[in-house]
Ligand binder design. Sequence first.
Ligand SMILES: Cc1cc2nc3c(=O)[nH]c(=O)nc-3n(C[C@H](O)[C@H](O)[C@H](O)COP(=O)(O)O)c2cc1C
Length: 403
Amino acid sequence: MPDIAEKKQLKVLAPGKIAGLELRNRIIRAGCFEGMCPGGSPSDALTDHHREVAAGGTAMTTVAYCSVSFDGRAFGHEIWMREEIVPGLRKLTDAVHLEGAAVNIQLGHCGFFSNKHVIGGRPIGASRKFCTFRYAFAHEMTEEEINRVKEDFGKAAALAIKAGFDAVEIHSGHGYLLSQFLSPYTNLRQDSYGGSLENRMRFPASVIKHVRETVGPDFPILVKMNLSDGFKGGLELDEAVEVAKLYEAEGASALVLSGGFTAKTPFYMMRGRIPLKEWLQGPKSIVEKTGLRLFSGLFLQTYPFEEMFFLEESRKVRDAVSIPVVLIGGICSIDNMEKAMQEGFEFVELGRALIRDPDLVRRMERGDWEASNCDHCNRCVAEMENGGVWCVSKVKGQYQDKK
Ligand SMILES: Cc1cc2nc3c(=O)[nH]c(=O)nc-3n(C[C@H](O)[C@H](O)[C@H](O)COP(=O)(O)O)c2cc1C
């Protein structure tokens, strides 16, 4: 194991900057839905979760998926942004700042896979499209709805600043609403928002521009976007490069490069085992459980885990833009992080490695963490619906049935 002096020279431990925000190192906790917001409001558990990540030395933690609108939610315990929760969020941002870290919040809208039982009506989407994840059709957004959601993104970003966040991360990947507009799979529109790439980018790009106008020139706006949707007929890498360039032009400060489509290829963004057994044990209606048993094959494809699984595709975007590019996906060792730095990525975002070891940065500094023991069993994913995310492997032992 390299000694402490050698560790201190690690590039990933050197300070970095996103727009006007100074960060103490290059390691950011990725947005991983915590499942800790009963009634759509932040809880003490959510604050403690992020305090622990901050105390563990990470430069910036990310409060995961926060809906900008009431009708953008997939779960009842998913946070949605409104004035009344600002004091609760302020408690969280204060707690993180006391530990010396910055705090980011991921803002998005689920679009066609919003849950009609949670939002009390039919979901909105880029087009009228059947969602295999919800077994329901969304309706095609009107121009008025497009403008309303754009405004919601701006209002949510303004409230995030009021609550003390240091950055926002706009969700334009993973098959969320902005990604549904970009993807030819979900965008079947015949108007100026559909068809050519230029048209499909119109709404998502207008959201980035509007958020930039709302937050001012120096506030950091990260955008999480897809390199590809992970299936034929979805967004592909060549188009993603154009999206990245336009986002930079409209005011993005940094890009987080991921992939996959929650309603179709949800494990493309994570890789590893599918925790179907544990999911079925969660709080679900008989209809949902039966649906999952019968139809999960339609959208639950397995992708073997590999380290740095988005590296190759991410290089293409890195070469096309001048703003910092954040590498994400299967980064689980110091070697992975240093390789990312050598390749010109300015930051890394880590999900499961930091769920397993929230203190891994402090341990790297002390020289007693080299690589994660996360076994990609993805039982943490099932826990989002069972009371809150935690590393099941660490406490209960490695997943046994995987061989
Ligand atoms: C439990 C869990 C919840 C997640 N929730 C979100 C989310 O709310 N928003 C998001 O953009 N990505 C989410 N992700 C994906 C991660 O941000 C990340 O892109 C992915 O896990 C790959 O990074 P990793 O290999 O470091 O875990 C989640 C991942 C996990 C494991």
